[in-house]
Structure formats: C-alpha cells, structure tokens
Design a protein around this ligand. Structure first.
Ligand SMILES: [Zn+2]
Length: 109
C-alpha cells in the first residue's frame, strides 16, 4: 500500500509525464498500485465495436488511464502544486496543510 495524502475529489497537478502541467479532479485513488485516475489526464483512445444489446455505439471512445502518484501533486490555493504536511487536530480529525504557507487543504469527499 502506498501512503498518500491525495484523496478522491481533490484537485491535483500533473508534474511529470505526457500530461505534465495539466490539472484535474481525482476520480479514484489506487493505493495498492500507487496510481491515481485524474479527470481529462492521460486520455486514451479505444476503438469499440457496436453492441446494440448494450446500447454501445461503435467508434472511438476516450477514457482516462491511471498515472503514478509520484507524478501528481496536491494544489494549494495560494502556492500552486505543493507538498503537504499532515496533522491531527484538537478534535481528533486528520487534516492536511501546505508545506510552504501552512494553509489547510480542505478535502472535498
Ligand atoms: Zn500554500
């Protein structure tokens, strides 16, 4: 299992690879394989045959493919892509904050 602060619905920046510089919403995190699915990042074209019974039209379908967790970074509202610190608040909840400016990074899910 890979340790990560990245959660579903976070906005991340891609820092390496083919889609470097893109930003997107996290669709799912695969901690077992250390990979993350980011909306509109690493789009793959797939040619599909029509299947009328499943209401599938033929043609070229596009879908995301997972990128490595090491190639994405959480985004701070003031600094942009950043490393994160984590702490446990007084009420026992875990939270994340920006390493540069210390401002908290809210989680959306
Ligand atoms: Zn910051």
């Amino acid at each position: 299992m890979t340790k990560t602060d990245i959660r579903k619905e976070d906005t991340v920046a891609v820092i390496a690879g083919r889609d470097r510089g893109k930003q997107g919403r996290v669709l799912s995190v695969d901690r077992k394989h250390g990979r993350v699915l980011v909306e509109h990042v690493m789009m793959m074209k797939k040619h599909v045959r029509p299947n009328p019974q499943k209401q599938i039209k033929g043609g070229v379908a596009e879908s995301e493919s997972p990128v490595s967790l090491s190639n994405v970074m959480l985004i701070c509202a003031t600094c942009g892509p950043t490393r994160t610190a984590r702490q446990i608040d007084a009420d026992g909840r875990r939270s994340r904050s920006c390493r540069k400016c210390g401002s908290p990074i809210e989680r959306k899910s």
